[in-house]
Design a protein around this ligand. Structure first.
Ligand code: LLP
Length: 424
């Protein structure tokens, strides 16, 4: 059951009518359902239940709000972090250090130091030069850093090019064929201890086939490394499972399908498996609530101009992403329109030639599947405020990030004294 549903003709998030939230905090605003996140976390855990002690490390980048992290920490999830900032958030949400995986191709020495001092499950390393840096940092601290090598399996993930990560030309991972040499070289580096391998081939995957291919390649590599005397204890299978954006398309594989595939492929591996889901957990647990400013006639279809824009939700313009758009109180009539924001770019659009609920100026509109890679990627282009975030839990709701308005941004900026001086 969706946690966003019509009740008495008005869309609710769980038990809270969306207009109540819009009245109280204004629009645009991101609205998240805590129970939708919990349901996804539980579905994945259930799907992986025949594995021995898997670690589900939620990819913080998908939605790093501290209230979201706290909700997921209470479900027993760990965290996959890619920056010192994300590491701090995971800790602030109470995620135990032994459930934190540090990924990312550009970890700095400072970030390595921070995570080593605070504690973590492992670093996923993406190059030998990175391993050398970690070796220096860890040795200087008198520590041994647990590491996994992220391999690049050269698999086409079949998703948008900008969110594919497992092809040979992508910046991510170590070419899988180089793994034995890199692992052998790791032996001579003090302060790092090889624990296993990791792979992540991309995001919003709508077929299991590329994942199967990548996991099979990882399995062969684990066997080869063992035959060369390495002790491989963990395999991190990354994230990437897609969610349904367009209800008219077939749904992506379910957590159950994914769990069955992983269980089948990894039988006998004798490792602890780690997973890094992001979008799967939070994508459909959020929406962007916005108000129609006005309807402007267009050459073919009208422009529905809403008060959210590309700075709030970049996905349509960045990845040609499709998000469902619904009236919060539908009239039972339809219209075809282009749904756009107020930003001064033609790319500032949420939908083109979309047949949707008929709306009028002043109506509230929900842009769905905005729980992942939405608020976290927002910015203040056109000096627009940062939209607030609200978390709903049953009939409770709270503002979990207030609107950051232009006054706050202006107050942060400085005019240097010398700008006021007479020209030289
Ligand atoms: N692990 C690693 C190493 C990753 O790079 C990512 C996502 C994940 C896990 C989580 O992937 P997920 O389960 O969420 O697919 N901004 C883009 C998505 C970028 C994904 C980046 N990495 C979007 O809006 O589609």
């Amino acid at each position: 059951m969706s946690h966003f549903h019509l009740r008495d003709g008005v869309t609710h998030c769980e038990d809270v009518p969306l207009p109540e939230i819009a009245r109280a905090v204004g629009t645009p605003v991101f609205v998240y359902s805590a129970n939708a996140m919990r349901a996804q976390a539980r579905a994945l855990r259930q799907a992986l239940s025949s594995l021995d002690d898997p670690l589900i490390a939620y990819a913080v980048k998908a939605n790093p709000n501290i209230a979201v992290l706290t909700t997921l920490a209470a479900e027993g999830l760990g965290a996959d972090v890619v920056s010192g900032g994300e590491y701090k958030r995971a800790r602030a949400a109470g995620i135990p250090t032994d459930r934190i995986v540090f990924s990312g191709v550009g970890k700095t020495a400072g970030e390595m130091r921070q995570a080593l001092a605070g504690g973590l499950c492992q670093f996923n390393l993406e190059s030998f030069v990175e391993a050398e840096m970690l070796s220096q940092v860890a040795s200087a601290m008198g520590r041994t850093a647990p590491v996994a090598i992220r391999v690049n399996p050269d698999v086409d993930a079949g998703t948008h090019a900008k969110i594919s990560t497992g092809a040979a030309h992508n910046k991510f991972g170590i070419p899988i064929g180089d793994t034995p040499a890199v692992c052998a070289a790791l032996r001579s580096l003090p302060g790092v201890e090889l624990r296993g391998l990791a792979v992540h081939i991309g995001s919003q995957l709508t077929s299991l086939a590329p994942l199967e291919k990548a996991i099979a390649r990882l399995g062969s590599m684990i066997a080869q490394l063992r035959s060369e005397g390495h002790r491989i204890r963990v395999a991190d299978l990354g994230g990437g499972l897609g969610v349904q954006y367009d209800p008219a398309l077939p749904p992506p594989p379910s957590p159950g399908d994914y769990g069955a595939m992983v269980t089948r492929l990894t039988r006998g591996w004798d490792v602890r498996l780690i997973f890094e889901p992001g979008r799967l957990i939070v994508g459909n647990a959020g929406l962007l609530l916005t108000e129609v400013i006005r309807i402007k006639p267009g050459p073919k279809y009208p422009f529905v101009i809403v008060d959210a824009a590309m700075n709030d939700l970049m996905r349509p313009t960045l990845y040609d992403a499709w998000h469902e758009i619904q009236a919060v109180a539908p009239r039972g009539e339809e219209m075809t329109a282009d749904v756009v924001g107020p930003v001064c770019e033609s790319g500032d659009m949420f939908a083109v030639s979309r047949t949707m609920d008929r709306v009028e100026a002043g109506d509230l509109v929900a842009i769905r599947t905005a729980g992942a890679y939405a608020a976290t990627m927002s910015n203040t282009y056109n000096s627009r405020a940062l939209a607030p975030e609200v978390l709903v839990d049953g009939s409770d709701w709270a503002l979990v990030r207030p609107r950051r308005d232009d006054e706050a941004f202006l107050a942060d900026e400085r005019v240097p004294d010398w700008l006021g001086r007479a020209p030289r």
